[in-house]
Write a protein that binds this ligand. Structure first.
Ligand SMILES: *[C@@H]1O[C@H](CO)[C@@H](O)[C@H](O)[C@H]1NC(C)=O
Ligand SMILES: [Zn+2]
Length: 385
């Protein structure tokens, strides 16, 4: 996207020069303080664990093949259909065989929720990709011989709700940007058409013990990463850069195990350390402006000036994607929260200030990534275009 203030009357070559330069330098403009202040907080109407519109309905067991899976799916679809109708919803369904139930197949149903500029054809936009898994771990009490009602509040109900909040918070700016670009007839002229997609993945959890075949059902094998690897975008586009939906992913930002107090999320991958630093800078600026509620001893993202790419060996939904060359920004604490895979990973054990703060940090990151300073008007200033 080019700045909307460029005069159109400059001689062609000069204009082109400015245009290219402006595209490069404007590709990542930090949000101003006033923009950070304007980011809506994740309030109790959305995040209260009993009544919050986004979070409360998914604080239930969400094991694939059980009614909780269907309830959760309906919650996502209803939300986007009703509140964010410009986002498209696609399913990517498959079945997996698990070691329980005598290898009976379980439904593995990923949701792909996307917002692209209206003028792009399939396969043309690069996509900021925000990811969380919505299934919960199945826990079997072998002594009592019953399935326990494990909730997985940090794992990953809260991250799903955070992404819904982010989508709703960025939606009006996306609309504004598309409208302004369309008005200036810029739509389709910029080589870097950006969109955003939210992947709500199913079947991340193991049914018994984590192995490469009993886990990440949704992201793996017959599922998303492999399907995308072998589905080719139509070559019609004049900017035919993205061969497959995988190559459209500008960054795969995976949120997992978030919502407990004092998380420590290091930088895991050298290839995305620059993006990590942008995320950590946002946290630090928000704290500096007193716009966060939590008061941890250390920042959530401590590696702003620290080492990069301390590869963790953590297994998660990014693995099938990283193996196919997708850049990963893994937002998962190390160590894991104390309640990890305990029955106590429930709503009552969430640290609400941390949940709200993550929502704001991720929203700010998405706005900045999508270059929204282009449509931001400083309070008290008149718009220049
Ligand atoms: C995928 O599964 C969902 C949820 O069960 C269902 O609503 C949807 O129609 C399925 N889509 C396809 C393409 O099979
Ligand atoms: Zn888990």
């Amino acid at each position: 996207m080019t700045p909307s203030i460029l005069p159109r009357t400059l001689p062609g070559l000069l204009w082109l020069h400015i245009y290219l330069f402006a595209t490069l330098v404007s590709a990542y403009k930090p949000l101003s303080d006033s923009f950070l202040r304007a980011i809506p907080p994740a309030g109790p109407e959305d995040f209260d664990i009993k009544t919050g519109k986004l979070l409360a309905p998914i604080l239930i067991p969400r094991v694939p093949g059980t009614p909780g899976q269907t309830t959760t799916q309906r919650h996502f679809v209803d939300f986007f259909t009703r509140e964010l109708p410009k986002w498209t919803i696609e399913w990517q369904n498959s079945t997996g065989t698990t070691p329980v139930n005598g290898m009976a197949p379980i439904p593995v149903e990923n949701l792909i929720i996307k917002r692209e500029p209206p003028w792009v054809k399939p396969g043309e936009a690069n996509l900021l990709t925000l990811v969380a898994h919505y299934d919960s771990k199945s826990k079997y009490d072998s002594r009592k011989q019953i399935m326990e009602g494990f909730i997985g509040a940090t794992d990953s109900a809260a991250p799903c709700a955070m992404l819904m909040h982010t989508a709703r918070s960025i939606d009006k700016y996306i609309t504004q940007m598309h409208d302004e670009m369309a008005e200036l007839q810029e739509g389709g002229t910029v080589e870097m058409d950006m969109g955003v997609q939210i992947l709500l993945l199913d079947g991340e959890e193991a049914f018994v013990d984590w192995t490469s075949t009993d886990s990440t059902y949704g992201s793996r094998r017959v599922s998303l990463a492999e399907t995308w690897e072998s589905s080719y975008n139509p070559p019609s586009s004049k900017f035919y850069k993205y061969r497959t939906p995988l190559s459209q992913i500008s960054v795969f930002m995976l949120l997992d195990l978030l919502g407990a107090a004092s998380p420590r999320v290091p930088s895991y991958f050298p290839t995305t350390h620059w993006a990590y630093k942008n995320l950590a800078t946002i946290e630090s600026r928000l704290r500096g402006l007193n716009l966060l509620e939590s008061t941890p001893k250390e920042p959530f993202l401590p590696d702003l000036d620290g080492a990069m790419g301390k590869y963790s060996g953590i297994s998660d939904d990014h693995l099938p994607f990283i193996g196919r060359g997708v850049p990963i920004l893994h937002v998962i604490p190390s160590p894991f929260p104390d309640q990890w895979h305990q029955m106590t990973d429930d709503g009552e054990h969430l640290d609400m200030p941390s949940v709200k703060d993550w929502s704001k940090i991720v929203t700010a990151f998405a706005l900045e990534w999508l270059d929204m300073m282009e449509v931001w008007t400083e309070p008290g200033q008149r718009k220049m275009s």
